[in-house]
Design a protein around this ligand. Structure first.
Ligand code: CMX
Length: 139
């Protein structure tokens, strides 16, 4: 079902400060950043300099609005690991396969994720307490 671990997402209050922390402390480099209005996030993807293209990245997620998923996460948990994202080749097929196993998917049909990927999420209560994102990269 899963072809790769795409990224690990960290909820942060201040995106620029978090990028600077990851850069100056661990040497991670920003590969991409964008605003996703639907998800209510300002986000950045970071890589380790020795990694090949396509390797697992770190996603920093800052809230755009107080009613967003990331704002609620920060309120409840403070900054920290928010999600684990698996890469799949077909997000609809992967979602259907997981639904057939009795897991709850958050969306009936995929939504737009980072860099025009198509995404869905498994409810954390059905995935061992971890919010699992399924990511089908843009073609
Ligand atoms: N990881 C693990 N557990 C989580 C969690 C997370 N990120 N978010 C919530 N939970 C837990 C809560 O603590 C709660 O546990 P308890 O019942 O034991 O207290 C439980 O899940 C259910 O919480 P809820 O009240 O039903 O739901 P929330 O309002 O907390 O929302 C969720 C949780 C996953 C439905 C919501 O965050 C969501 O829709 N996420 C998907 C979208 C998203 O995360 N977007 C931002 C990223 C965008 C991107 O990656 O591109």
């Amino acid at each position: 079902l899963v072809t790769a671990i795409d990224h690990v997402g960290i909820a942060v209050a201040d995106l620029d400060a978090a990028i600077e922390f990851q850069r100056s402390t661990f040497g991670l480099e920003v590969t991409h950043s964008e605003i996703n209005e639907e998800q209510g996030v300002h986000e950045a993807m970071l890589r380790a300099p020795g990694d090949a293209a396509g390797a697992t990245q770190i996603q920093l997620l800052a809230p755009l609005r107080p009613d967003s998923a990331i704002a609620k996460f920060l309120e409840r948990n403070n900054p920290g690991l928010q999600q684990l994202a698996f890469r799949v080749t077909d997000v609809e097929a992967a979602s259907a396969a997981l639904r057939a196993k009795g897991l709850r998917l958050l969306y009936d049909s995929p939504r737009r994720g980072t860099a025009d990927s198509r995404i869905n999420f498994v409810h954390p209560k059905d995935a061992g307490g971890v919010l699992v994102e399924l990511v089908e990269p843009a073609a």
